[in-house]
Design a protein around this ligand. Sequence first.
Ligand code: FAD
Length: 508
Amino acid sequence: MSDAYPNSNLSNAAAQFVVVGAGPSGLTAASELVDRNHDVTVLEQLSLVGGISRTEKHKGYHFDMGGHRFYTKAAEVNAFWERMLGDQFITRSRLSRIFYNGWFFPYPLKAVETVRGLGLIECVLILFSVIRWKLFPYREENTFEEWVTNRFGRRLFNTFFKTYTEKVWGISCKELKAEWAAQRISGLSLKTAVLSMFFRPRNVVKTLIEQFEYPRLGPGMMWEAVAEHVCENGGSIAMEATTTSIRTNGKDQVLSITYRQNGEETELPGSHFLFSMPITAVIRGMNPPPPPEILEAAKQLKYRDFLTVCLIIDKPDLFPDNWIYIHDSSVKTGRIQNYGNWSPDMVPEAGRSGLGLEYFCNVGDDLWNTSEEDLVELAKRELEILGLANASDVIDGVVYRVPKAYPVYDADYKQHLTVLREYLRGFTNMQMIGRNGLHRYNNQDHAMLTGMYAVKNLLDGTDFDLWKVNGEQEYLEEIRRDEKGTPQPVVAKSNVPAEVPVAAERNN
Ligand SMILES: Cc1cc2nc3c(=O)[nH]c(=O)nc-3n(C[C@H](O)[C@H](O)[C@H](O)COP(=O)(O)OP(=O)(O)OC[C@H]3O[C@@H](n4cnc5c(N)ncnc54)[C@H](O)[C@@H]3O)c2cc1C
């Protein structure tokens, strides 16, 4: 792999704008900058662009790390996607089921299958449980468990929420903050969920979206197109270039970053800096170091990681879903992707399938440290247990690891994040952007918006609060526009919308 993205004109002379990370937020920001004729250098630690939204390739098969639906309510983002990829998008119907207790439940839940899967008696018990918790709810809703139980009852919580959530997060639902679900999954009440079992909802709730757009060759195709656009318009992208330190004047200005590439460290000065790398790494890398309480706050922020075991299987049409949530505790995998059902072009050989078994873990734990060979064997065994394919039909397997896939919302994260945010606000020529830059549970569209609005803040002197761009707060509706439709600085709203969560959508 070359050091620079094709067409990059890389030099170590001072860059006007330095962007760390070639994921959706960093590349969107870089694209906006070159479109406004600014000089920009992007530094990316991996050999692929796209960040968590990249597409890995093996023997011509395409593997999407996590399964990325392209869906947004933001007109800017839609226009950007359309401009970059246009006719390379395909519209896909969503089919995803929940595997629990030996049964596949359609998601969104459908009345007949749900009753069949759970049994009539269990359904009646669930109903009683809902009534009991509506009448005598927890007084305070601090944890995920309390919040879900108040809305859906204890029995539904145990059936559709608990095991999966704990697989994804690796912590008890008693420790997970209610806020996480509130930010990420909203708009769906028990009433909506139940009604949608019988009728097609009039207002489509995010969790119930039945169709979505998808680049023909996976999300990486989008980010490769954006990277091309950046380089063709004068920007440069250094690949396998890890930002290791950030030199500041100790007061209010970032002066340069240092990156490591091919074992060598290079200092790159600049006038403006955008960081989509994890906020914890930014704080840790600052030179001179921030005060001890800031370093301590950064230490307290946590992440959840995952790995995907990608298998090539000598059988077509294994199951109709794009993905299946595995709530069942008989296996370790949390979700299974069937890439050919995302886009047939992801699977280059007729008569075969490409699957991805996702395992949620922490860097350094047993699962993370398991060898590729053993993980492939585990995935083969689990496919058989689930009855989805025979292990003997698996002809190849490869493992991709995704560190820091999820910023964790634990009991204290908000307090620590506030400390960091206040500290970083003092640096006037830098912006934190993206999912890990802001430690926000953002999807691609909201990560992109942070990139777009960061550029406006730096170039136009606006003061958009990028920390408020998130999953379900309709940020764009909050943005005031002047009479010409130009966005004006946002007025902050509460971080916790009064919405409710639903079972299976919380793993983006
Ligand atoms: C399982 C899963 C499923 C998802 N599904 C969806 C979905 O269906 N739809 C959707 O829209 N979104 C989805 N998302 C969210 C989406 O992946 C993210 O919102 C998006 O990738 C965030 O973009 P970003 O640029 O903020 O961060 P990232 O994608 O994390 O990109 C940051 C980049 O910075 C680089 N970097 C980090 N540190 C350094 C350093 N020190 N030096 C240089 N480079 C560095 C990283 O390598 C990375 O390339 C999903 C996420 C997960 C985990």
